[in-house]
Design a protein around this ligand. Structure first.
Ligand code: ATP
Length: 211
């Protein structure tokens, strides 16, 4: 069973890595693929170049078995639609369950994603929620969540796609935006992200100006 965590990772930080690891262990995944977007559909271009974001990701996961970098969106032209990424993974892994990891906030906005209904034909949807946070009550994503919901990770393993599951993930109050502004202000973002990532940032002179 493969977990997929997309993002801009501009830069990757401990919030992303904890989320990936909580899912890896909580759902007994074989691996979690961190998938950097080349051109996110919902926001502007990332600040760091694709090759720099990739190098930071590689540095971040090097010491963590189970986490991997999947760079397929970086080489695909046009907006990085998740549905295309899942279709490409499905072709590569016809038999294996795929688990798309999304935060509850992103899940609430699912209807705005390109071909959103195709997502659950290609993968299970794993929703990270803060402990105690309520589920959405109305709207199409809420219906999808209710109709396909299981509480048992083993159920995901029995089929390749189509179920939803909620996983409690204690949040870390870290954003890439804050790290970029600390760096641009000449301050030290250490402990918000792995030292190995900070080394890449310094070696390559990234995020020196405010975004
Ligand atoms: P930015 O500050 O540039 O908007 P970000 O830190 O939110 O970036 P993204 O690359 O947009 O990072 O996030 C990728 C995924 O990781 C999203 O699904 C997002 O919900 C999740 N995520 C980001 N930060 C955290 C965090 N601190 N804890 C848990 N999940 C997070």
């Amino acid at each position: 069973m493969i977990g997929i965590l997309g993002g801009t990772f501009d830069p990757i930080h401990h919030g992303h890595l904890r989320l990936a690891l909580e899912m890896f262990e909580g759902l007994a995944l074989d691996e979690v693929r961190l998938v950097p977007a080349r051109q996110p559909p919902h926001r502007g271009y990332p600040i760091a170049r694709a090759e720099d974001r990739r190098a930071m990701l590689e540095a971040a996961v090097a010491a963590t078995p189970g986490l991997q970098v999947d760079a397929r969106e970086l080489t695909r032209a046009g907006p990085s639609y998740t549905v295309d990424t899942l279709a490409s993974l499905r072709t590569e892994f016809p038999e294996r369950p795929l688990c798309l990891i999304v935060g509850m906030d992103a899940f609430r906005e699912l209807e705005t994603w390109h071909q959103w209904q195709g997502l659950s034909e290609l993968a299970h949807i794993v929703i990270a929620r803060r402990p105690g946070a309520p589920m959405p009550e109305s709207g199409k994503p809420a219906e999808l969540l209710r109709e396909r919901l299981t509480e048992n990770p083993a159920v995901l393993r029995g089929t390749q796609a189509g179920r939803t599951i909620l996983q409690n993930v204690p949040p870390l109050d870290i954003t890439a935006t804050r790290i970029r502004s600390l760096l641009a202000a000449g301050r030290n973002p250490r402990y918000l992200l792995p030292d190995a990532v900070l080394d890449v940032i310094h070696e390559r002179g990234l995020y020196l100006v405010s975004s």
